[in-house]
Design a binder for this molecule. Structure first.
Ligand code: TNX
Length: 510
């Protein structure tokens, strides 16, 4: 299914009515200011008397670990400005200076813009990267063009001090229901990292398909990644270990950590088609390409189950430099409760054995995990017994695969419909009485892909709502009126990049 951006299709249908002269006759876009940034910085003090102008002579300076980030900044600004923007090591007047202070940890940064220089400082490369994302939003939207534009490349003056509210700000992409190619995942990483999202959770296995090569169980991908293994018999494919490592490195260069998920003990039909010994009766089930959930289960009473789980966890941990491994655990409706607990009590420690911290959907709370992180997705009394850290992904707010309204294309609506204001207007630290602020590790916006075939489909559901979740995770305060204004001003940036965002009627798009 292809989703067409509504505004684009209107122009295509009415080419004789909407001429380019008419299209440009609207009000000019609002000027960029320090208060335009998404997600909103902790503190922004504009200096209306000052601004820095990029010229053909502007230099970007950095040394040590800051150098590759300076190169990223130059690469971002060169196509539209046409300026050479060489990088140099010594900080200088007239330059954009990136510096690591050597002090502090975490992701904070400081940006000071005066008439004759721009200074971006941070304690870590991740902080500098965040500052660069802010800086990109301070040039006019034309900077997003891939061809030279005539524009005044003015950065408004002032000072920003910024740091995240939560350490974990995630997005999730489901590669199992429909496979998405490494190039599509990279493009998604490019987009989410703009908004300081720092984790990408990849849902790699489910009833329909198995999308990550495991050498000790090669039929998982030979069978489970074959053509036709997507919902509706569409698509198919899988990541080789090389593909996966390349994605991990690509994400890491954008300060995004990959969190791989192998969903167990439910959502395993594809694995059981490939290896019938993973069922209790040893009989191979039929391949499934429908959208039902909750019918498949690993067999808690068979030793082969734990050999399988350990092999998969070991190989996945070995190719994952990040600290987390997601073991799923959701919707195991056909696993008897006692079996579910038995299974998790054996499998969760395997994640630790291979050096990772486990994350699981909230259902794992039933097994009283010691040091696992739980991902909340809907009301459940078992959550009250939990004591550990929680990632907040309330389905009726943060699930990017819920339709915007009943008429928008793509997505499902089992948790209701989610317009932009609904995605934005909630507080992770106050959502659950049983989970106080100090136990909230962060937020994540999952995008399940039952209805998503291509990148257009992904982008239409993710944008702009992903930005709402990014701001809730980053900014200390939320303010809907301010958010919708800033989002409206961001629209032209997506248009220039060819991102098919949903032009929500709630947003004053420029
Ligand atoms: C629920 S929420 C699921 C997924 C579906 C999704 C569709 C959760 C942990 N599991 O299996 O893809 O709904 O929105």
């Amino acid at each position: 299914m292809r989703v067409t951006h509504l505004a684009v299709s209107a122009v295509l249908v009415l080419p004789l009515v909407v001429t380019s002269a008419d299209a440009s006759a609207g009000p000019p876009p609002p000027p960029v200011s320090l208060s335009s940034v998404l997600p909103a910085p902790v503190r922004a003090i504009p200096d209306p008397a000052a601004s820095f102008t990029l010229t053909p002579d502007t230099v970007i300076t950095a040394d040590g670990a800051a150098t590759p980030i300076a190169e990223q900044l130059a690469t971002a600004f060169r196509p539209a400005t046409g300026f050479p923007l060489p990088t140099a090591t010594k900080p200088a007047a007239g330059a954009i200076n990136l510096r690591l202070t050597g002090r502090g940890t975490g992701e904070a940064y400081r940006l000071v813009v005066t008439a004759n220089r721009v200074d971006l400082t941070a304690g870590t490369p991740a902080g500098l990267f965040n500052g660069v994302q802010t800086l990109r939003q301070l040039l006019p939207p034309d900077v997003e063009s891939d061809r030279v534009q005539r524009a005044d490349w003015v950065i408004p003056g002032g000072r920003i001090d910024d740091r995240p509210r939560y350490a974990y700000r995630g997005a999730m992409l489901d590669l199992a229901r429909h496979f998405h190619t490494p190039d599509e995942v990279k493009r998604y990483i490019d987009q989410i990292s703009r908004f300081k999202i720092n984790y990408l959770h990849l849902h790699l296995t489910d009833d329909q398909g198995w999308r990550i090569r495991i050498d000790s169980w090669p039929r998982l991908t030979a069978v489970g990644g074959a053509p036709g293994t997507g919902v509706g018999g569409e698509g198919g494919g899988f990541l080789t270990k090389g593909d996966y490592r390349d994605l991990v490195a690509y994400a890491a260069a954008r300060y995004v950590t990959i969190v791989p998920e192998i969903d167990m003990p439910g959502h395993v039909n594809a694995a059981q088609v490939a290896y019938p010994e993973l069922t209790c009766d040893g009989v191979a089930p039929k391949p499934r390409t429908d959208m039902l959930v909750g019918y498949s289960s690993l067999c808690a009473g068979k030793e082969v189950t734990y050999r399988f789980a350990e092999d998969v966890i070991r190989e996945l941990a070995a190719m994952t430099p990040g600290p987390y491994l997601h073991i799923g655990g959701d919707e195991a409706h056909s696993t008897p409760h006692a079996d579910y607990v038995t299974f998790q009590k054996r499998v969760l420690p395997l994640v630790r054995k291979y050096g990772k911290t486990a994350i699981g959907w909230q259902e794992i709370a039933a097994a009283s995990p010691q040091d696992a992180i739980v991902q909340y997705w809907h009301e459940d009394p078992k959550m009250a017994k939990m004591t550990g850290k929680v990632i907040m992904s309330p389905a009726d707010r943060a699930y990017l695969d819920m339709q915007y309204d009943r008429l928008t294309p793509g997505g499902l609506n089992w948790a209701g419909t989610t317009e932009v204001d609904n995605a934005y207007s909630w507080n992770p630290g106050k959502l659950l009485r049983s989970v106080p602020e100090e136990r909230v590790f962060g937020v994540e916006a999952p995008l399940w892909s039952e209805t998503l075939r291509d990148l257009d489909d992904i982008e239409f559901l993710a944008f702009p709502r992903l930005v709402a979740i990014a701001e809730i995770g980053w900014s200390p305060r939320s303010d809907w009126d301010s958010f919708r204004t800033r989002l409206g001003a961001y629209g032209p940036r997506w248009t220039r990049q060819g991102v098919r965002f949903y032009s929500s009627p709630q947003i004053p798009w420029s």
